[in-house]
Design a protein around this ligand. Structure first.
Ligand SMILES: [Zn+2]
Length: 488
């Protein structure tokens, strides 16, 4: 073969590879653009002053709680990264030692993966304990130490099982297929995510809570009527005994297809929230169901997971391939950092869907006053930050900041008043301010760019809570652990 022909083949191959990459990137962007669409009209939200909605003592109490919570979050993150680095560095001797207990690549890999999970759990434990003390001190929780420890043990178990499945699958596939293991590996991960979402209400949630049908039949009938008005089919509205570990109120949807359900915390029904507020929460959750946000969350998961798994395969291949169990700590450290780095992008998507649920809810109830009151009560009962700093919203905000949610409800109220008045005068004190460029608009523009890049979705996309992350012990998501996002 002469040199010219060889070069020809080479350049043709490069061209074909570039074309494939281009087509894949275009498909990714197309899918992301489709998923990004929501029913929220373009709104110019008012830049509200928290002092108009919260008293000075309420603001001070929240600030006092959150300053410590944020410090704990940063400390824990630093400690976890340090432990991961240590494990990556010592993977060789650790694998040699574990090799004396277990034989076979996959078994050693699973033991190493479990060691990483246990080490991260252990280093997080004191931070979690400190956080528990602060939550009890601030009356956000009445949970006993026994209950707290049982929750920690359960979540360790759930994580260990999930990591075992992932590590065993990846190392086994890498042993059979070499560097191309990610080609079946990535779709398999997405399939596992679908199964987890499907099974979450039946298998994982009951480990942490008991669920009962809504006891107040009158309220249940009103929720059903609301669902019918919104054109949403949900057979199952349940109450979770969340009060066993928190005083904060919340609600969420979980499950897909036959397992989908709306769950209200019992803390939402203990008399602190009015019926209008409870119906506002319910409408928000029903909107999540109606707009198929959990399915869309799975689609985003696929968009972020596939490049992530490919990147993981490429990175471990350069060090000999993931068939070598000694690369498991490095692989898990990569996943940890990938999730951390893509968190802002994932949260941008989450905030967008939350805003859509808020908007559709207020349209369905026609009761923006209750939506505003609900948000106020969420803030005061969860010690959330009504107007968090931008870095907190970008990095950890799964929900729009409470003040923006209030502004959206106010805007719906102003819109309704405008529609009913032929003169066009809204007659609301803040209606004139809606033209101001708002933070929400700004976030959304940033987020479009963000969502067009790459990222990975994780568990918090799989159940859509109304507010107040930080109360779900089964969650391993950053914002939930941080206890500082949006509302808590
Ligand atoms: Zn929500």
């Amino acid at each position: 073969m002469d040199v010219g022909q060889d070069r020809d083949t080479q350049s043709r191959r490069t061209l074909a590879q570039s074309l494939v990459a281009l087509v894949l990137a275009a498909a990714w962007l197309g899918a992301a653009a489709l998923l990004w669409r929501t029913k929220v009209p373009s709104l110019s939200l008012a830049d509200l002053d928290p002092r108009d909605y919260f008293t000075a003592p309420e603001i001070a109490r929240g600030e006092d709680y959150r300053s410590g919570a944020r410090a704990l979050f940063i400390g824990r993150l630093a400690a976890e990264l340090a432990v991961l680095a240590l494990l990556v560095w010592n993977a060789r001797p650790l694998a040699a030692r574990l090799g004396r207990i277990a034989r076979g690549r996959v078994r050693i890999a699973v033991l190493l993966g479990t060691a990483v999970v246990v080490a991260l759990w252990g280093v997080g434990l004191p931070f979690s304990a400190a956080s528990h003390v602060r939550r009890v001190d601030h009356r956000l929780s009445e949970q006993s130490w026994g209950g707290w420890l049982a929750d920690r043990a359960l979540s360790l178990g759930v994580q260990a099982v999930l990591v075992t499945i992932a590590v065993a699958g990846a190392v086994w596939l890498a042993g059979r297929l070499g560097g191309r293991w990610w080609l079946p590996g990535a779709p398999a991960l997405v399939a596992i995510a679908v199964v987890v979402v499907l099974a979450q209400p039946l298998v994982i949630a009951p480990l942490f809570n008991r669920f009962e049908p809504l006891p107040d039949r009158e309220l249940a009938a009103k929720v059903e009527e609301l669902a019918a008005r919104m054109g949403v089919e949900v057979d199952d509205v349940r109450v979770a005994d969340a009060s066993r570990r928190t005083t904060t109120a919340n609600a969420y949807v979980s499950g897909i297809g036959p397992t989908r359900r709306v769950v209200l915390y019992d803390t939402l029904l203990d008399g602190r929230f009015t019926e209008g507020e409870i119906l506002s929460v319910s409408a928000h959750e029903l909107a999540h169901v109606g707009e198929r946000h959990l399915w869309k969350g799975l689609a985003w998961f696929a968009l972020f997971a596939v490049p992530g798994v490919a990147l993981l395969a490429w990175m471990t291949e350069r060090r000999g391939g993931l068939a070598d169990p000694r690369l498991v700590p490095l692989g898990l450290a990569f996943v940890f950092v990938y999730v951390l780095v893509t968190q802002p992008l994932a949260n941008a998507v989450s905030r967008r869907y939350e805003a859509e649920a808020d908007w559709l809810a207020v349209q369905a109830t026609g009761d923006p006053e209750s939506a505003v009151a609900l948000e106020q009560r969420f803030v005061t009962t969860s010690l959330s930050d009504p107007d968090p700093p931008a870095w907190v919203t970008y990095w950890l905000g799964t929900h729009p900041p409470p003040l923006d949610r209030i502004a959206m409800a106010e805007s719906a109220a102003a819109g309704a008043a405008q529609a009913s008045s032929s003169s066009g005068a809204a007659g609301r004190p803040c209606s004139g301010r809606f033209r101001m460029p708002s933070r929400v608009d700004h976030f959304d523009q940033e987020s479009v760019i963000a969502a067009m890049s790459s990222c990975m979705k994780r568990g918090d996309m799989f159940t859509r809570v109304t507010t107040t992350p930080g109360t779900s012990p089964s969650s391993t998501s950053w914002s939930m652990r941080a206890n500082v996002s949006v509302n808590s």
